[in-house]
Design a protein around this ligand. Sequence first.
Ligand code: ADP
Ligand code: AMP
Length: 213
Amino acid sequence: MKIIMLGAPGAGKGTQAEKIAEKYGLPHISTGDIFRKNIKEGTELGREAKGYMDKGALVPDELTVRMLLDRVSKNDCKEGYILDGFPRTIPQAEALDAELTKLGEKIDYAVDVEVPDENIVKRMSGRRACPKCQATYHLEFIPPKQEGVCDECGTGLVIRDDDKPETVQKRLSVYHEQTQPLIDFYGKKNVLHTVDGTQDVEDVFKAIKDILK
Ligand code: ADP
Ligand code: AMP
């Protein structure tokens, strides 16, 4: 089963992708997490991506597509995967499509997690992330058991560099310009499903499970 999570930055794609991954035993592939890991490790890819990410811009398609296609060619992706944060542009979606067609495969579900911009700003300003295991929390909505500490691995939580208010606005406008057209793209392929992302995490997950049945 191959699933794409669509939605604005901060809509809850990562939160839901993690739950789907656990329930269905599929790898959760977040291009944002891969870039952040590369930045932490000081790789060439990380250095290149950081400049774009800190400005709230997208990393160029060529770099992102190459990285993603390499990741989905790994053995753990044989039974499928959940893509979170990819594709983010029409050319990225077309590149993925072309590769899947070559392999005689296709995307089974594109799940659009819908959250209005007003809620997004609050979601991203309260987001706290674990720099080690990538678990995500929210100060108000999904707080960790111990303030500032990851439930999963005990690491101190951080504010993502790109969750500053100025960058959030930029990322939202990039989303509307470059990523939202994908809703139509997958609609035309008859794989699009929409869920109300303003609900509680468990209710959003229930709606997604109903779709994936
Ligand atoms: P995305 O991967 O789409 O950028 P995240 O999954 O990181 O979004 O979620 C953004 C923020 O909103 C995080 O702080 C997360 O804990 C919180 N969050 C996610 N889903 C919900 C929800 N259904 N209700 C309230 N807060 C949520
Ligand atoms: P995310 O963790 O999905 O919110 O992504 C954080 C940042 O990483 C984005 O704002 C982009 O700068 C970059 N990024 C992640 N995925 C992509 C992608 N598919 N295409 C281009 N840039 C991306």
